[in-house]
Design a protein around this ligand. Sequence first.
Ligand SMILES: C[S@@+](CC[C@H](N)C(=O)[O-])C[C@H]1O[C@@H](n2cnc3c(N)ncnc32)[C@H](O)[C@@H]1O
Length: 416
Amino acid sequence: MLKTVHESAFSLGVSADTIRRWEKKGLIKASRSPQNHRLFDLAELQRVKEKYSGETVGRGFYVLQAPKNGLSIIELFSGAGGMALGFENAGFETRLLVEWEKDPVATLRQNRPDWDVIHSDVAKVDFKPYHGAVDVVAGGFPCQAFSYAGNGRGFEDTRGTLFFEFARCINEVRPKIALGENVRGLLQHDSGRTLQTMISVFRSLGYRVEFRLLRAQFFDVPQKRERLIIIGIREDIDASHLFPKERDYTLSLREALGNCPESVGARYPERKRQILELIPSGGYWKDLPIDLQKEYMGGSFHLAGGKTGMARRLDWDEPSLTLTCSPAQKQTERCHPSETRPLSVREYARLQTFPDDWAFAGSVASQYKQIGNAVPVNLGYHVGRALHMMLTGEGERNDFESSVTLETQPQQMTLW
Ligand SMILES: C[S@@+](CC[C@H](N)C(=O)[O-])C[C@H]1O[C@@H](n2cnc3c(N)ncnc32)[C@H](O)[C@@H]1O
């Protein structure tokens, strides 16, 4: 049942400000009435209230899964398989993965011995044998500037970059859908010119493109993490762009980490541990006594800016902050909510929605890096389901959106 802020506050016995704060923290999502009033789902608000008071653990930890759908995918720059597993869970057959680092390749091979994983630089792989044989080519190509862009030679202008190799794969395979995945920063990279060049390359290869920023915490992922999703549809394919629609609930750390198996993990040096011990759940360096603030922050103490990532302890009742390649970096600390230690490897994996039996190869630092680099598995699942819906028309149409209001998604653009 949808209610306004004040109606919701009355029904729940909390203040309107409390509901606004939950929305601001990203714990609950409002929809809009025709009069542009915020509307909240009362059942979801009730769940947030119960989670906050510790009355329930809500939905708990889960990894989404759908039946096989007969579609296939090649993924370049596949890392430890976050996106690949999300697509497998959405029903896709994994035809080929390409990755050049030893540890993520070992991770992929030990978890999925039947997947074809090429351990190589993407630039050295010939994709012509897959021509016309795969539905989707995906890749989270590392973002690089194009010094020669704009010479009017289409994708030849980007030669020498990893995006060029991604575009070359698309041109050699000619999949029905090309799927690019990247960080939010690509939107602003070189004042937006990098993304524009990429889009014109997709166009020159005969693909219609739309892109959108997806927020993982609204896609069954207990973590605030944004990913730019670029979808190109081959011009002869009769399909419209669809993106998964944000859910109106989020998952808290408490839900994600319940019954988390023991695992290896990093430890703090003793002095750092003593200082972090004083930080409350959800707090950061400003919660320390002033002398310890100065000791911990060193030269940064007098610099402007909130630096809310420093000496940061995560909050049980919220989705995690974005995971990085290491859980104990000074600027982006991710201390366990109630124990004074960094999140363990398995806790990290849970926040990226890897299943508990997905093992990571390599040193502890390498395992954190592979997990921190991944697309959250459940986000990959939702994107996979959207592509499945686009190509087959099967699925629940209400779970997807073809267009969004500029108010909620200023980053979305349609290119013709
Ligand atoms: C952001 S990670 C990808 C994460 C992956 N999509 C996932 O969901 O787990 C990018 C990966 O690209 C790999 N990579 C970078 N340059 C490469 C190249 N030239 N050839 C092959 N792999 C490359 C890196 O080793 C890294 O694992």
